[in-house]
Design a protein around this ligand. Structure first.
Ligand code: ZN
Length: 477
């Protein structure tokens, strides 16, 4: 009984405190209204949900990509009914609105996305080096440094710096307030060796007996006004060969650089002498006959061989006292003149072949088409200018010709023509370097007459070797 009375009292107190209190009453009303509206919204209005944020900060010039949206009405997907309005021009700073709208029979629903196109990227100071090197006992003179901003463009002229003894700090701000600072350590050290530039050519060609005159050099260093240069190497002008003159330069910080000049002493290609040269072989049916004729006539020639023909013919050429030169393996212009790298790759193949057959390495070459060819331009402009210098640096000599038998040219030839082309061009006052091809039957058939007539006219024969003076036409590519 006692408990019942207590409960009744409690209830009465609660009623007196809240039920008659107007604030409590209004609260209930508000809750009911919210509940009703929510229910109305849920059941009767369409809904749009935007994927991603409703407020987007987009970097200047970056593409705006729609993040997508979903619309529903009473549990059904009505995304396809949404109409989207508004465009973002990211090339112009500003605020852009995208409005998404969906309609049902009685109601319209809208959602808005705000895109703020802003320049938020700081300018870029273009220094690659980790540290800045300054000559010992000198002060840093800041160089012009490029600064590129995505919005302002080139703002190099606005770059400022603070110079301390062991560091330099660059700072810059773009027109939209994006800031970049860049601190670089200053190291007092001479990092770069002196630079030697030779006076005169890097390759000097002399005939036996011709004096070698040192043409000197120029030397420059970033820190040292007078770097020291030592020249090493001797030239024996009486002995054909390749001699290296080595120039070594030191600066005060002991940085070193070297450069080499090649002095190539060659024997003289003798006037009144015929140097018969045969290209493109060997070839069964022609080379073997040519070798027979040369043997019978007691004449030696020079064969610029390829990967053609059987090995035994190269063996014969070598063992019968002829000189062997390299004419590349493939003789294919599109391969050998596509790059210097491909030229040497191809040359190495024929070099290896000849070495396997004869046991010797040969360093005289003839460029397919000659050094004056223009066909190489099609595959690599300037390659002949590079190769003609570079082969010499690598220890080769190349030989063109000054008499063309014209046996390689298009059209039909007779052995009579080939013979006349050679005989009519011979001269007593020069070395006669004759271009022929041992793969041609009319050359084979003209050879005996050429030798016989030349002999009658008082000419002698010799071969080209690594000691011979190079025979060079004008380079046209
Ligand atoms: Zn050839």
């Amino acid at each position: 009984m006692q408990a019942k009375i207590l409960l009744k009292r409690k209830l009465r107190r609660f009623r007196n405190k809240y039920y008659y209190n107007p604030i409590f009453g209004w609260s209930i009303v508000v809750i009911l209204i919210i509940f009703t509206i929510s229910l109305f919204d849920l059941l009767l209005l369409p809904h749009i949900n935007l994927n991603g944020n409703k407020i987007i900060f987009l970097e200047f010039k970056n593409n705006y990509k729609e993040l997508g949206y979903k619309a529903s009405y009473q549990g059904n997907d009505i995304t396809n009914n949404v109409k989207v309005k508004g465009q973002v021009n990211s090339n112009k700073l500003g605020t852009y609105k995208i409005i998404y709208k969906v309609k049902t029979k009685y109601f319209i629903r809208k959602a808005t996305r705000y895109i703020f196109v802003k320049d938020m990227t700081p300018p870029k100071i273009k220094i690659d080096n980790k540290s800045i090197y300054v000559c010992p006992n000198k002060k840093l003179v800041p160089k012009k440094i490029q600064v590129i901003d995505n919005y302002d463009g080139d703002i190099s002229k606005n770059l400022k710096y603070k110079l301390k003894k062991d560091s330099i700090t660059y700072y810059i701000s773009d027109s939209n307030g994006n800031k970049t600072t860049l601190k670089k350590k200053i190291i007092y050290k001479d990092k770069y060796p002196p630079k030697i530039i030779l006076n005169g050519d890097e390759n000097i060609f002399l005939s036996v007996g011709e004096p070698y005159n040192e043409q000197g050099y120029n030397v420059k260093d970033n820190c040292d006004d007078k770097p020291k240069v030592i020249i090493n190497g001797k030239v024996d002008i009486n002995k054909p060969g390749k001699y290296n003159i080595k120039y070594t330069a030191f600066d005060k910080s002991k940085n070193k650089s070297t450069i080499i000049r090649h002095v190539i002493v060659s024997s003289i290609n003798k006037p009144g002498v015929i140097y018969l040269t045969f290209d493109d072989g060997p070839h069964e049916g022609t080379t073997n006959i040519i070798l027979d004729i040369l043997k019978e006539e007691g004449v030696h020639a020079t064969f610029f061989v390829t990967s053609n023909g059987p090995d035994y013919l190269i063996k014969r050429e070598y063992s019968e006292g002829h000189s062997i030169g390299l004419h590349t393996s493939s003789h294919n212009y599109s391969i050998i003149y596509s790059s210097t790298e491909n030229f040497y790759k191809d040359l190495a193949i024929v070099n290896k072949r000849v070495k396997n057959i004869t046991g010797k390495e040969f360093h005289i070459i003839r460029f397919p088409g000659g050094s004056s060819n223009t066909v190489s331009k099609k595959y690599s402009p300037g390659i002949m200018s590079t190769l003609t210098k570079d082969v010499v640096n690598k220890g080769y000599k190349y030989f063109d010709w000054n008499i063309n038998s014209q046996d390689a040219e298009w059209g039909k030839h007779t052995s009579e023509e080939i013979k006349n082309n050679v005989i009519n061009s011979l001269r007593k006052d020069k070395a006669n370097i004759v271009l022929m091809h041992d793969i041609k039957p009319y050359t084979r058939d003209a050879l005996r007459d050429i030798i016989k007539i030349s002999k009658e006219q008082g000419y002698t024969f010799d071969v080209l070797t690594i000691d011979s003076a190079m025979v060079c036409q004008k380079v046209n590519n």
